[in-house]
Design a protein around this ligand. Structure first.
Ligand SMILES: [Zn+2]
Length: 166
């Protein structure tokens, strides 16, 4: 079993073209949203260069060696992701920002300071734990189905071994 696992990790492939990465080679890891679904993808340089940039949520570069250990996204990365998402006016990004901020509150990385009402919108003002940094996140209305699905996708990014929603 252990042997099989190492074998499959060593032969990790590009998610778009099935190219097998060699050890030490650059891997472009990204989160993207396609038709409202959040996906994590590891791409070769050619696929990364020709990707649809409009689908990007965030990307980072690793090497094949590193990516074996970096399946989990750490909380600093999620905070950086939230900051980036908050600059994006698209509705699916706003949904994701909202759920991501709830996840960070749950893990005590953010604390709710207060809620601001702007017309029809409710904005949560959140402060990063042990920091002065604040985030203004719009509360989002979404169907239970949509919320469950997106929460599940987000939870799997944080911890692929866990399947229950946030
Ligand atoms: Zn590729």
């Amino acid at each position: 079993m252990v042997k099989d696992w190492q074998y499959s990790k060593r032969n990790k492939q590009c998610d778009d073209c099935d190219y097998s990465f060699t050890d030490g080679e650059d891997v472009f890891s990204l989160l993207r949203m396609i038709d409202g679904d959040l996906q994590r993808a590891d791409l070769c340089r050619a696929c990364f260069d020709s990707r649809d940039e409009a689908a990007d949520v965030v990307y980072w570069r690793t090497t094949q060696h590193e990516s074996r250990q970096s399946l989990r996204l750490d909380f600093d990365m999620l905070l950086a992701l939230l900051e980036k998402l908050l600059d994006d006016p698209r509705d699916d990004r706003k949904d994701l920002s909202y759920l991501l901020s709830l996840l960070l509150v749950r893990h005590r990385k953010l604390r709710l300071e207060r809620v601001q009402v702007k017309g029809q919108q409710e904005i949560m003002l959140l402060r990063k734990t042990r920091s002065k940094k604040t985030f203004a996140v719009e509360s989002r209305e979404m169907t239970d189905e949509r919320r469950t699905e997106l929460s599940k996708q987000l939870t799997e990014l944080v911890d692929p071994t866990r399947e229950s929603p946030i």
